[in-house]
Ligand binder design. Structure first.
Ligand SMILES: Nc1ncnc2c1ncn2[C@@H]1O[C@H](COP(=O)(O)OP(=O)(O)OP(=O)(O)O)[C@@H](O)[C@H]1O
Length: 241
């Protein structure tokens, strides 16, 4: 049984087809990257898989449970990185993650450990609206992981993060995956996809163009040294971040 089984997912916004008939299965313990340029449909696809957005067509199960309509049985088993704008207002970083922890019945000490793991112990007393973009992003990742979910969804987790913190987050996410968790992340960054992912789904214009281990995608594409070349071969366009 796949950890995630998405079939024929489609979402339109007016005349824009954000996600166009995407079928994707993710194995338990797999690290899948959804790679694509701006507007490729990555966020919309992820939101449908998370059960946060209703597909116009298609269906999704996560851990063998349907995600739509909203499925309370799944909430404690999946971790979704929310946008920083979804934080509870006026709480400090520590209060924020303690609130998440208590919702899930997780000890406060575990929440503090997560603050340390994302390098935010010295910002624990800072209000969430006073965190930098990268700090807020790291807090949102810690909040998504605090209840030790079986399946983790991260939407461009390193987008606003400086290179050193990015490396630390890569180590953190690899460690979570090594401990058997299924991880799905969207990214603009080829190097991130290559460094972290067992398989990469290359997306453009709402469609998944190719799925496979990064090395296989490259090996299967004549003259390709990097995923950039694979994207060029698939679309005829340069990949732009
Ligand atoms: N709520 C919305 N209403 C209308 N159009 C939308 C909405 N959300 C996304 N779109 C459009 O759907 C397409 C896919 O957007 P989406 O955010 O899923 O892509 P993305 O790959 O995550 O992009 P980015 O990397 O820039 O976040 C884009 O053309 C976008 O403009």
């Amino acid at each position: 049984m796949p950890a995630i089984d998405a079939r024929g997912l489609t979402k339109k916004y007016g005349d824009t087809t954000a996600v166009d008939d995407v079928t994707l299965a993710v194995a338990p313990g797999e690290f899948l990257g959804v790679l694509g340029p701006n507007g490729a449909g990555k966020t919309t696809l992820l939101e449908m898989i998370e059960g946060l957005r209703r597909p116009d067509a298609g269906s999704v199960t996560v851990l063998d449970e349907p995600v739509w309509p909203r499925n309370p049985a799944l909430q404690t088993r999946i971790g979704v990185q929310l946008q920083a704008s979804s934080f509870f207002e006026r709480l400090t970083a520590r209060e924020q993650i303690h609130t998440f922890a208590s919702l899930y019945g997780v000890a406060a000490s575990v929440a503090d450990e997560w603050l340390a793991r994302v390098g935010l112990t010295d910002k624990a007393g800072t209000r969430v609206e006073d965190l930098s973009g990268g700090q807020a992003q790291r807090l949102s990742i810690a909040c998504a992981l605090v209840h030790d979910p079986e399946v983790v969804f991260l939407d461009e987790p390193t987008a606003a993060i400086d290179p050193q913190a990015r490396r630390n987050l890569w180590d953190l996410l690899s460690g979570i995956n090594d401990s058997g968790r299924t991880v799905v992340l969207t990214t603009h960054y080829m190097d991130e996809a290559e460094a972290l992912c067992d398989r990469v789904a290359v997306m453009d214009h709402g469609r998944v163009l190719q799925v496979g281990p990064p090395a296989e995608l490259v090996a299967g594409t004549p003259d390709a040294d990097r995923l950039e070349d694979v994207f060029l071969a698939l679309t005829g366009r340069e990949y732009r971040e």
